[in-house]
Design a protein around this ligand. Sequence first.
Ligand code: HEC
Length: 165
Amino acid sequence: MPVMRSLSLLGVSAALFIFGIGFIVVGARGRTAASAPVAPVTAEAPVATVKQLMAAVAMPTSEAIFNSVQTSVTDKGVEEIFPKDDQEWAALGASAAALAEVGNLMVTGGRAVDTGDWVKMSQAMTAAAKETVDAAVAHDKEAVLRAGDKVNQTCDACHARYRRE
Ligand code: HEC
């Protein structure tokens, strides 16, 4: 029966064809999952403006540094505020590290206003923040106060020079 035979051959090849498509689809899925849409995020594709970095990162992280070690005098007496356990010291270190990165971002992605004082002042903020990271790692309250004071000065210095409002 030549007709039946060729029909069944057709069936096999159709099945192979469909199976093949399935393979291609699965293959394509696999490839998509493996190299998912991870667009390269580089300094050449900046998202945050200086204003946004200030408001969303510099402000809260520096507040965390300034508030981390304090002596508050009330009518109930003197209260010493400082990180109480490893977790709190780590949180302080994380804030300081994020602030240090703001300084790095200020000089990349076309954010630098000039190649002189802007760069120096951004690097000074990163250095002071890095010193705070070290102080947090060492669980050293006095060193946090000293480094925090330097951080504060770097904010003021740059604002005095570059902030327009
Ligand atoms: C290298 C320069 C530089 C340093 C260092 C710097 N700033 Fe700024 N900051 C600016 C400039 C420029 C603006 C104004 C941005 C604008 O309005 O576009 C600004 C604005 C701000 C604003 C206002 C943001 C808003 O939403 O209007 C805050 C808050 C701020 N800075 C906090 C800080 C703190 C806190 C530090 C230190 C930890 C700091 N900045 C360090 C340059 C700097």
